[in-house]
Design a protein. Structure first.
Length: 192
């Protein structure tokens, strides 16, 4: 029997440039991904009893699962980055400096990717086979995810992430606010 998922809560104080309403609306969407991941798991399980007769329904449910599940999981990376974290580790920062020339060069690349047209996510992932730190674009929540990569950093660039506070054309302003509120130590913790 598979376990179901529970929506996490995040210890978020007041954020700079991201209003309480923006965040609470966004959290409601996150909770929807958790709910739908659980609902899909259940439905897929039910259809397994009759997989042949339900092949079309089952294939659509299975395809949908990646969207809902990654929608759930990526938001958990996203929101937890705004939580407080102690420590002053800079191992990841140093690794980014060595691979990108400077931390700012990496950050600029992420910011440029974040204003690409289309909705999705910008991730930093670690290839554990050779240590490469890859900046990745993911469309929706699941298209373009690289296999076997450890997610270190997640920036949501769906319009729902900022259009309570900003116009759809003001994504760059949202990205600026995101950097301001990001607690880098949360990202460092994932690298260790
Ligand atoms: Fe989102």
């Amino acid at each position: 029997m598979l376990k179901s998922y529970e929506a996490k809560t995040f210890a978020l104080g007041a954020l700079d440039g991201l209003s309480e309403t923006q965040i609470s609306e966004h959290l409601k969407l996150y909770q929807g991904y958790v709910k739908n991941s659980n609902a899909l798991l259940q439905k897929i399980e039910q259809h397994k009893q009759n997989a042949e007769a339900m092949a079309i329904e089952l294939s659509e449910l299975v395809r949908r699962f990646g969207f809902e599940f990654n929608g759930m999981r990526l938001h958990e990376y996203y929101f937890s980055q705004f939580e407080k974290a102690e420590g002053s580790n800079d191992a990841l920062k140093m690794a980014l400096e060595s691979q990108y020339g400077s931390f700012d060069a990496w950050k600029n690349q992420i910011s440029a990717m974040a204003v690409m047209r289309g909705i999705g996510w910008v991730l930093l992932v670690q290839d554990e086979t050779n240590g490469n730190l890859l900046s990745v674009w993911v469309s929706d929540h699941e298209l373009g995810q690289l296999g076997g990569q450890k997610i270190l950093f997640a920036l949501d660039v769906w319009e729902h992430a900022y259009t309570v506070d900003y116009k759809p054309t003001e994504r760059a302003k949202y990205v600026e606010a995101f950097w301001k509120n990001l607690n880098w130590q949360k990202v460092e913790e994932r690298y260790r």
